[in-house]
Ligand binder design. Structure first.
Ligand SMILES: [Zn+2]
Length: 196
């Protein structure tokens, strides 16, 4: 397959570059990024205005061996992960975590290097900016996960500034949805916030 002619969307490029950055792809080809931290970072990036074409919604899914939770997942992002895989630019691995739980790990393929080397600085710097602390500007703003508390945050290694990532919807999400439901006299909540 000639990968030179693959025409990726901006979002696919951002996603591939994000994964290559997280797996330190150019220096070490033996690292995988697990789906949960990847989802957290994609969600964080969307909220920061990246991945222009992506939306997200809470989807009930089994979460890190802690039963089912409502996790904010981007359908478009998941589709692009599949597309990049089909194009031979991403590879996946299934890792067993707890007893009956499997998680997927991602990393770019060797073949993707050529593609990655052609990405513009605009793509790269927009992804890189996610990891720059908004407080002290150090490029040490990193994802910190506390699995027990289902808590995700970006934290600066230099100044300890942190920002929460509400990847998991709180348990009372169905309650607030119900309140909304009554307020709108039974109309389905089909509208998406129009913030684009
Ligand atoms: Zn900082």
């Amino acid at each position: 397959m000639n990968l030179d002619i693959v025409d990726l969307t901006i979002e696919q490029k951002e996603l591939l570059y994000l994964i290559s950055r997280l797996t330190d792809h150019l220096n070490c080809s033996d690292t995988w990024i697990k789906e949960t931290p990847l989802q957290a970072l994609m969600f964080y990036a969307i909220r920061k205005g990246m991945f222009n074409d992506y939306d997200y919604a809470p989807i009930s899914s089994s979460f890190l061996g802690q039963g089912r939770k409502f996790v904010n997942i981007s359908k478009e992002g998941e589709d692009d992960l599949g597309d990049l895989r089909e194009l031979g630019l991403l590879e996946t691995i299934r890792l067993s975590s707890t007893k009956h739980d499997y998680i997927t790990g991602y990393r770019p393929t060797i073949e993707s290097r050529k593609q990655l080397s052609q990405f513009t600085n605009e793509i790269k710097s927009s992804v890189d900016s996610l990891f720059v602390c908004p407080d002290c500007n150090d490029p040490t703003f990193e994802l910190v996960i506390d699995v027990g508390k289902s808590s995700f945050l970006m934290k600066c290694k230099s100044c300890s500034h942190s920002e929460g990532i509400p990847l998991i919807e709180p348990e009372d999400v169905s309650y607030s949805t119900k309140a909304y439901f009554f307020k709108t006299l039974g109309k389905h909540k089909t509208t998406q916030e129009d913030n684009k």
